[in-house]
Ligand binder design. Structure first.
Ligand code: COA
Length: 260
């Protein structure tokens, strides 16, 4: 599938989506959000794609936010629709995807850009990356899940400090606060993400999807994460992957998982 604002490459079972609007610092306009939805859906449906990496083109920005020019004249109803549709199409969609998604933050990740990175399953940053939720400087708050996910990742006090001051933090601060898992040089960023993807690929894909569901359950209202863990744990026992994983261990060989 061809996209206007994305480059999608597949390498050895890993799908790499590069958001490609460098002149606008890869800002997320409506078309880009739709293209991201479709590309991620396609990669998730492809049985041989086991990990997805999202990054930005160039060496300056991951994503510098939602495209401000698209919503500056919106009214209250249009704003509610923008936020709800975006959350459903992209941010919640990624968080609940069965294929693991890694954000390779290669520069500015601001507003919707940081929200996108926070919706992925985990994040790695380059040492020049700068992250923030500057929406209050525009007279608005984050609308793509940022108020929820930032507090989950760094804690309420740090989240409110970042949101209320609208200040950016650098990559080492983000690592210290647990917003990103590791910091690498620009050159090392994607190779390091591929290394992590390789490690993930060694493991049972159905178990990986079950782990995503169980961990996410802790952050959903009205359901017990422990109950979800019990049911996902039990479901694994009905898979060929579980039989293969345990048999391979007992036979002292490497498991060959098929995702069935
Ligand atoms: N929406 C729309 N366009 C954006 C954008 C966004 N979120 N972020 C950057 N751009 C555009 C700029 O308007 C500029 O376009 P132009 O060349 O047609 O004027 C281009 O990208 C380059 O950005 P510029 O501001 O000139 O780069 P800079 O190096 O001086 O500053 C930033 C970089 C990231 C600090 C600055 O672009 C910025 O503050 N962006 C907005 C961040 C933000 O508030 N995001 C939250 C949105 S909800």
């Amino acid at each position: 599938m061809q996209f206007n604002n994305l480059i999608v490459q597949i390498e050895n079972g890993v799908g790499v989506i590069t958001i490609n609007r460098p002149k606008k610092l890869n800002a997320l306009n409506k078309d880009t959000i739709l293209e991201l939805h479709h590309s991620i859906k396609d990669l998730d449906a492809a049985h041989d794609i086991r990990v997805i990496i999202i990054t930005g083109s160039g060496d300056k920005a991951f994503v510098a936010g939602a495209d401000i020019s698209e919503f500056s004249d919106f009214d209250v109803q249009q704003a509610a629709q923008l936020s709800r549709e975006g959350q459903e199409l992209l941010f919640d969609f990624i968080e609940n995807l069965s294929t693991p998604v890694i954000a390779a933050i290669n520069g500015f990740a601001l507003g919707g850009g940081l929200e996108l990175a926070m919706a992925t399953h985990f994040r790695v940053a380059s040492d020049n990356a700068r992250m923030g939720l500057p929406e209050v400087s525009l007279g608005v708050i984050p609308g793509y899940g940022g108020t929820q996910r930032l507090a989950q990742l760094v804690g309420k006090g740090r989240a409110l400090e970042m949101i209320m001051t609208a200040q950016m933090i650098n990559a080492s601060q983000a690592e210290l606060w647990g917003l990103v898992n590791a910091v690498k040089s620009q050159e090392e960023l994607l190779p390091y993400c591929f290394l992590l993807a390789e490690k993930i690929k060694q493991n049972g894909p159905l178990a990986i999807s079950a782990a995503i569901k169980a961990v996410n359950a802790n952050f959903k209202e009205g359901i017990s994460g422990f109950d979800i863990e019990i049911s996902e744990f039990a479901k694994c026992f009905g898979t060929e992957d579980f039989k293969e994983g345990t048999t391979a261990f007992l036979e002292k060989r490497k498991a060959k998982f098929t995702g069935h």
